[in-house]
Ligand binder design. Structure first.
Ligand code: JCK
Length: 230
């Protein structure tokens, strides 16, 4: 999968070089390209924002640098191939189901806004020329699209075949209980007078599976009853 990111803060994406994504990249599974939007600015001050037309607080990202940056990334691409994702508080909410869909894409482009957001005509232009989605990672306010893009890239990246070290963990997930995870334990069997539940030391795998399922259901009922509604 090819991933392009357009941002005024390329340094945020250094986090993706670490661990999981670094491996995926080394193995040629993810081709991540981070572009500094300011390199597409027209003036010597590399300006990317201006006052909101019609008035109001804050600044809005101007369309010209976005047009230049995105045209460069999309040059020579079939318009149907890349999917441009703009993280936005006004977007569809990102879910595991959406991550699974996006993991089938061959080329994702993340456009990271800042300030009060991006001039509407940028979305309109690229939606007319190809595929565009506005996506939110949840109902809280961030300062820009970078952290949202990193969360989405990590969630999508770990679903690509060969990315996660232990494929069993994805097989388990793919059973898709829709439940929260059961509590996990490792060695030692006793720590600060806290024992690992006896059942997990019993060697009875049917009983362990049943116990874990019950723990998942109980935890979901307590913390996220909305997940049990369907
Ligand atoms: C992209 C700029 C900052 C902050 C105005 C929004 C009522 C507009 C996001 N889950 C998420 N939360 N925030 C973002 C996100 C924030 C962004 C940008 C994504 C670009 N900002 C900003 C406040 C507003 N308010 C609610 C008015 C922009 C995602 N994904």
């Amino acid at each position: 999968m090819r991933i392009d990111v357009v941002t005024i803060f390329p340094g945020y994406f250094d986090a993706l070089e670490l661990s999981l994504m670094g491996k995926a990249r080394d193995r040629g599974l993810i081709d991540l390209n981070v572009h500094d939007l300011r390199d597409s600015a027209l003036d010597k001050h590399r300006t990317v924002d201006d006052t909101p037309t019609g008035g109001g607080a804050g600044m809005v990202m101007t369309p010209e640098p976005w047009g230049h940056a995105l045209d460069g990334i999309l040059a020579g691409e079939d318009a149907a191939d890349p999917l441009i994702i703009f993280p936005s508080p006004a977007g569809d909410v990102f879910t595991q189901a959406m991550a699974r869909e996006l993991a089938h894409e061959s080329h994702l482009v993340f456009g990271c806004g800042r300030y009060e957001g991006i001039d509407q005509r940028v979305f309109d232009e690229y939606a007319e020329r190809g595929r565009v989605r506005l996506v939110s990672i949840g109902d809280y306010v961030l300062n820009g699209g970078e952290v949202a893009s990193i969360a989405m890239i990590e969630a999508i990246g770990r679903l690509l075949p060969g990315v996660v070290g232990n494929p069993d963990s994805l097989v388990e997930e793919s059973h898709e209980s829709g439940l929260l995870e059961y509590p996990s334990y490792t060695k030692p069997a006793e720590w600060r007078e806290r024992r690992v539940p006896d059942i997990l030391l019993s060697g009875n795998h049917a009983a362990i599976d049943k116990w874990r399922h019950e723990q998942s259901v109980e935890r979901t009922r307590r913390v996220r009853p909305d997940l049990l509604d369907d």
